[in-house]
Design a protein around this ligand. Structure first.
Ligand SMILES: [Zn+2]
Ligand SMILES: [Zn+2]
Length: 427
């Protein structure tokens, strides 16, 4: 059996893992590099069984829909089978459909190709075992800032490997992480683990629950609340819905965001009331859900008495950095009762960060914003807990990290196996 990390041993994002056994190959994740790493994207050699050659004995498994894990699927060989979480796929399709309408023609074509590839992907559910020849893959549902994210147990030749993907221990499913690993991740030989937060040893990470409570307080104190958040950060958005309902504010988002939320409600409201929104509520009361419709970059049109109704009760509105929302922000920021919250990683609007996004930064320049965010990745305590629980017999392979060497300092007595991109490890 062989493990090859084609990319991602020394960087966050763009990880590609291959696990090979007797000619059968399971690949995990095939995404784009995060901004700041892009120059090396052209250096990636063709990968036999993924981007070239015979794919009859291989398959690609996707941990979650973030672009750095799935964004390059359209560059795989056409017949390569791809597997991803069922709800994750539906959400990703909504996102890519919206992106395929953006004005930049090259970008639009790229997203159209991805949509075509999405149609061929096989959706799976948690714990559904999938066999690729002699290799068995079992997906374990995990908590991350992407919804319907998975760890994978990959088994062959009597060996068991746990690939964590991106995960955390401070989301709404935080209590489930360790019991799940105790139950399913027994007898593990190797862990291939993410380490995004490895350089932040002292970061005390706020839980999603704490963040939701803080939002609730803010919504009670301020009438008009605009929240800039990733449209696919599902747990955060449902938390904002519950926070605004408890604060007696209306919850407002546009038609695209509504489609995504409805997908999640349809598939998950039976499992948890957290994902249950009454979208069609007719009786006016505070905490109601409203969908705004718009066409292209046009301003929103408020039907009937909706605008005075929202003005009267106050609201939490999910926004993105486009002209339609700009019009609303310009209008409401004249009122002292208005707050704008930035609920994403600060790096996108920090000009010292490699992921700095000029457009987003410019969009927020005229306004005063408040940062309200918590990480999508495990802190060091959680990583320790996971490693001690699973206690892999042969060692830990760090990926999705800028500092794999830090694993040695932090996770004694576990054996850390440092490998380089593209160098096979016989196991
Ligand atoms: Zn990632
Ligand atoms: Zn991610």
């Amino acid at each position: 059996m062989k493990i090859i990390i084609h990319r991602g041993t020394h960087q966050i994002g763009g990880c590609i893992t291959e696990i090979e056994s007797n000619g059968y190959k399971v690949f995990i994740d095939f995404g784009e590099q995060l901004p700041g790493n892009e120059s090396a994207d052209t250096d990636l050699p063709a990968i036999e069984g993924l981007t070239s050659g015979d794919v009859s004995k291989s398959a690609l498994f996707i941990t979650h829909y973030h672009g750095d894990h799935i964004g390059k699927i359209s560059e795989t060989v056409k017949d390569l089978p791809i597997y991803a979480g069922k709800t994750a796929l539906e959400i990703y399709k909504c996102l890519e459909t919206r992106l395929s309408y953006i004005p930049d023609e090259n970008e639009a074509v790229k997203h159209k190709k991805i949509i075509e590839r999405i149609k061929t992907i096989n959706g799976f559910e948690a714990l559904q075992q999938i066999k690729i020849g002699e290799i068995t893959v079992t997906p374990l549902f995990t908590d991350h800032s992407a919804f319907d994210a998975y760890m994978f147990i990959v088994e062959a030749e009597g060996k068991r490997i746990l690939h964590t993907g991106d995960f955390r221990g401070h989301g709404f499913r935080k209590k489930g992480l360790i019991p799940m690993l105790k139950k399913y991740a027994k007898d593990i030989d190797y862990i291939i683990s993410e380490g995004s937060n490895i350089l932040r040893p002292n970061a005390t990470i706020q839980t999603e629950q704490e963040l939701q409570k803080e939002f609730e307080k803010k919504f009670k104190n301020n009438k008009y609340n605009f929240v800039f958040v990733s449209s696919t950060n599902i747990d955060r958005i449902f938390a904002l819905y519950h926070a605004s309902k408890r604060a007696g504010r209306c919850f407002v988002c546009d038609d695209y965001q509504t489609d995504i939320l409805k997908t999640v409600s349809k598939n998950h409201k039976k499992r948890s009331v957290f994902y249950n929104i009454n979208y069609e509520q007719k009786i006016p009361h505070a905490g109601r859900f409203f969908e705004l419709k718009r066409h292209g970059g046009q301003p929103f049109s408020f039907v009937g008495n909706l605008k005075p109704y929202l003005d009267n009760h106050g609201f939490c509105m999910i926004i993105r950095s486009n002209p339609a929302f700009r019009v609303l922000l310009d209008e409401y920021t004249k009122n002292a009762d208005t707050k704008i919250y930035y609920s994403m990683w600060k790096g996108y609007i920090d000009n010292k960060s490699p992921a700095f996004n000029d457009n987003t930064a410019k969009f927020f320049e005229p306004y005063e914003i408040e940062f309200m965010h918590t990480s999508g990745h495990a802190d060091i305590e959680t990583l320790k807990n996971v490693f001690n629980t699973v206690n892999p017999k042969c060692g830990i392979i760090p990926i999705h990290t800028e500092a794999p060497e830090k694993f040695n300092e932090l996770f004694l007595p576990h054996k850390i196996i440092p490998i380089k991109d593209g160098n096979p490890l016989e196991v």
